[in-house]
Write a protein of this length. Structure first.
Length: 313
């Protein structure tokens, strides 16, 4: 259930950050800073979190500490929608979002190692498959509820629409914080395990780089790194493009996001069978080629229904 709590938090919290930034008329560069900085700092913070785990040697305590800190990030966000738009709102929002990403990235290495030990090796693939499926379904439900709430807010008159939108955003952030709190208590009930340190897991960055000619894993890391680098360059600007340039309503953007998530849920089984039959390399090759086409397809038309089909790809 901690995974479901995380999914609700992500759907009602992190997925709504960009929409809220657009609602306070944040400039385009603000989106780049707001989401680019966490993407750049995230991997570095995960390295720091892993090093901290090596020193503290307690999985459960570190995870609970950072999850509790992440809950606190939602407190200013609940009140923020009712504040006046301006520099103060931008600063509070930026600090809260940055702290949210920092605490999440610090906790991730400890949580991954902790779950990896709690789940037996022979059950790990099945566990994470079910975990991904359940969290994605929960995330889709939350997104659809957010979509309905935003659609309802936009049906009011021009004079009151802003207040109702602020109410929706405030409630969404409150739900995200409560869901993370429920996740915290579920994690607290999980049993702790002794710290395990693998000697072969300790190596320097340059030692890792020097293995690029002989290690498929190093090549894979470079592939994933470059792929995500390209994604992070464009992802922050999809929301301002859709809302500022194409003049979509907030609920329409949530529909586009939900369509992509729905496609992910339905395609997991297909790509799993494809990978089992033809191998992981071909799966990565074909899915990467398909994904790289999506930004180009967005340039062909700004029609809402056309983009639903594009996102479903």
């Amino acid at each position: 259930t901690s995974g479901l709590g995380w999914a609700v938090m992500f759907g009602a919290g992190e997925s709504v950050f960009a929409l809220f930034a657009a609602s306070i008329q944040a400039p385009d560069y603000f989106f780049g800073l707001l989401f680019g900085v966490p993407c750049l700092a995230g991997p570095l913070l995960q390295v720091w979190g892993a090093n901290t785990l090596d020193r503290v040697r307690q999985y459960r305590s570190l995870v609970l500490y950072w999850v509790a800190a992440q809950i606190l990030c939602f407190i200013p966000l609940v009140a923020l929608p009712f504040l006046e738009t301006g520099l103060l709102a931008y600063v509070i929002f930026s600090v809260a979002v940055l702290c949210y990403h920092m605490t999440g990235n610090f906790a991730l290495p400890s949580w991954t190692a902790w779950i990896g030990i709690l789940v037996p090796t022979e059950r790990r693939a099945n566990y994470f498959a079910r975990f991904t499926r359940n969290t994605n379904i929960c995330l889709l439900i939350v997104k659809l509820l957010i979509c309905v709430a935003l659609f309802w807010a936009n049906q009011h008159s021009v004079e009151t629409c802003g207040w109702y939108l602020a109410l929706v955003f405030s409630l969404a952030f409150a739900v995200a914080g409560i869901a993370r709190y429920c996740s915290f208590w579920d994690l607290k009930r999980m049993s702790d395990v002794p710290y395990e340190h693998a000697p072969d897991a300790s190596f320097t960055f340059w030692q890792f780089i020097r293995r690029i000619r002989e290690s498929n894993f190093v090549r894979y890391v470079f592939y994933i790194g470059l792929f995500h680098f390209g994604i992070f360059l464009v992802v922050p600007f999809f929301v301002p493009y859709a809302l500022y340039q194409l003049h979509f309503a907030q609920w329409q953007w949530v529909v586009l996001e939900s369509t992509a998530l729905l496609a992910l849920i339905f395609s997991v089984l297909y790509w799993g069978r494809f990978s089992a039959r033809f191998g992981n390399k071909k799966t990565l090759k074909y899915t990467t080629c398909i994904l790289t086409l999506i930004p180009f397809l967005w340039l062909c038309s700004g029609n809402f229904y056309y983009l639903i089909i594009v996102n479903y790809i």
